[in-house]
Design a binder for this molecule. Structure first.
Ligand code: DC
Length: 224
């Protein structure tokens, strides 16, 4: 499952995984944890690429794949809440653009996928480059889209539920800033794999998207 932020990827990916008994991996959380490692090392936008890579790649990042309670640990700490904060969100595009960080995290993501296929028989993986780079042989690829305004409104509601403020204009500007950075970076930019099915979620509820995904999973013969 690929697509920009605010398309509902996390919600529907988790619900799809839970519905079909698959594991679930949020690759964005791994980039956020690597970014938090850099921040914890005292680094910011003035740091060199070498410093950022050393901090990010020196950290131990562990993803739990239960769709009903996914976890993310940084050096043993549960950082699920901290990685959603403003400091990480503002810095994550810069850290995730570093090729050495991507190489290391993509290898870790593939290891999680291999383990989940062995234990669960399947996994729903969400991110920006899953269909293009991480799992180009995935038996079903979906690319979610929605207009900037709808995505910003969803992000704003999510932030408000988590107790983080932010007016609509600021959230919209941040959504557009991250899209620009994520889709123009040199390595693994966000783009739809040629064989990914496009689902526009502007007019669809999470339930409707989930129903469409379940239909696709079944149509591909992926349910045992
Ligand atoms: O999905 P998210 O908003 O939590 O992702 C955080 C950032 O990580 C996002 O700005 C882009 C980056 N990312 C990436 O480069 N590749 C992925 N597979 C997933 C996320």
């Amino acid at each position: 499952m690929d697509g920009p932020s605010g398309t509902g990827k996390s919600t529907v990916s988790r619900r799809l995984a839970a519905a079909v008994g698959a594991a679930y991996l949020d690759t964005g959380a791994t980039y956020r944890a690597a970014t938090l490692a850099a921040l914890r090392a005292g680094l910011d936008g003035s740091a060199s690429a070498e410093q950022l890579v050393a901090a990010a790649n020196g950290a131990c990042i562990e993803s739990g794949t239960d769709p009903d309670g996914p976890t993310i640990r940084l050096d043993g700490d549960d950082v699920a809440a901290e990685i959603r904060g403003g400091a990480v969100t503002a810095f994550v595009s810069a850290v995730s653009a570093l090729p050495e960080v991507r190489d290391r995290l993509v290898a870790a993501q593939r290891a999680v996928i291999t383990a989940a296929l062995a234990t669960h028989g399947g996994i729903v993986v969400e991110g920006r480059d899953i269909g293009t780079v991480v799992a180009p042989d995935a038996p079903l690829k979906v690319y979610l889209t929605a207009s900037d305004e709808v995505r910003a409104a969803r992000r704003g509601r999510q932030d408000a539920r988590a107790g983080r403020g932010g007016d609509v204009a600021t959230v919209l500007a941040d959504v557009r800033r991250r899209d620009r950075l994520d889709s123009t970076r040199a390595v693994s930019p966000l783009h739809r794999a040629t064989d990914a099915l496009l689902v526009d979620t502007d007019e669809l509820s999470a339930e409707a998207v989930l129903a469409e995904l379940l239909r696709l999973v079944s149509e591909r013969g992926l349910l045992s």
